[in-house]
Design a protein around this ligand. Structure first.
Ligand code: HEC
Length: 148
């Protein structure tokens, strides 16, 4: 009787732990998607500036680059092993078989953004230096993000 109670208790605790892990995983997926969505929101008007459909705005360009620099450091920590399936994520399994490459791509985005931040002072330097930064986005998506 006591033993059965202990087993039941242990099972209950395990279920609780599993539930906590599932919640933590859903949180981490949501967290990275929020940061990446902010990347998208910051990049959209700047893409318009590149195409000439939106007037050049240095402050907005700098804000986008600052955001890339800041969150490129955080994002690699938001793809823990096991967070690739089960939840609503577009992350591909290749992330967890090529983790070094995946993390290096975020690092490169960060260093490229920091260089561009220093180099861009006007529209001409923006047009020369910004495209190389956002090439990092598509480069990673091609390999590691599910196309919808
Ligand atoms: C090192 C890889 C990598 C880099 C670099 C990267 N992304 Fe992504 N991005 C991903 C992955 C993986 C997902 C899918 C995440 C998920 O659903 O869990 C994603 C998802 C997104 C999303 C969808 C977010 C949502 O609402 O769910 C947007 C928007 C986005 N990225 C924009 C960008 C932009 C803009 C850049 C460049 C400034 C960028 N990303 C750079 C890997 C990357």
């Amino acid at each position: 009787m006591v033993r059965r109670l202990t087993v039941a208790l242990a099972a209950g605790i395990l279920t609780a732990i599993a539930a906590t892990a599932a919640v933590a995983q859903a949180d981490v997926v949501k967290e990275r998607q929020t940061l990446l969505k902010q990347f998208g929101d910051a990049t959209k008007p700047v893409g318009g500036m590149l195409r000439g459909s939106v007037p050049f705005d240095l402050a907005q360009v700098q804000a986008a680059l600052d955001l890339y620099v800041k969150d490129a450091k955080v994002l690699p920590t938001l793809f823990p092993a096991g967070s690739g399936s089960g939840s609503d994520t577009d992350a591909l399994p290749a992330i967890w078989t090529n983790t070094a490459d995946f993390d290096a791509r975020f690092a490169k985005l960060g260093t490229d953004a920091a260089s561009a931040r220093a180099a861009i002072t006007d529209e001409a330097s923006f047009k020369a230096n910004f495209p190389g930064v956002i090439r990092n986005c598509g480069g990673c998506h091609d390999n590691y993000r599910q196309k919808n």
